[in-house]
Design a protein around this ligand. Structure first.
Ligand SMILES: [Zn+2]
Ligand SMILES: [Zn+2]
Length: 105
């Protein structure tokens, strides 16, 4: 906490953060908390935007239908399962509701 006037460090005086240089007091503690949680929200938002962008880079297929919302478009990606003799499994994710499933052969 620093004074906006002279950048001196604020010291608590009777429970109120006070600037020892100019006497500025920090009153809006509750307001400060709101601002802080909004900043955290923004960070979460930008992280979500980031992952959404990654997902949209995946190829899509209309061979399947989402069992949750009936959407016919799904992202898909291949992944090798643990044992090497097993076929590569195709994973699918609904473009609409985000429901994920895998294709069983
Ligand atoms: Zn000050
Ligand atoms: Zn769906």
């Amino acid at each position: 906490m620093f004074c906006p006037n002279d950048k001196a460090m604020l010291k608590p005086v009777n429970g109120v953060l006070t600037c020892p240089k100019c006497g500025y007091t920090k009153q809006a503690v509750a307001g400060q908390n709101v601002v802080r949680s909004k900043a955290v929200e923004d960070v979460h938002k930008s992280v979500m935007d980031d992952s959404a962008q990654k997902v949209s880079l995946l190829p899509t297929t209309n061979e399947y239908q989402c069992e949750k919302c009936g959407n016919h478009l799904a992202y898909y990606y291949m992944r090798q399962t643990r044992s090497a003799d097993e076929a590569t499994t195709r994973f699918l994710e609904c473009t609409k509701c985000g429901h994920k499933w895998r294709e069983y052969r």
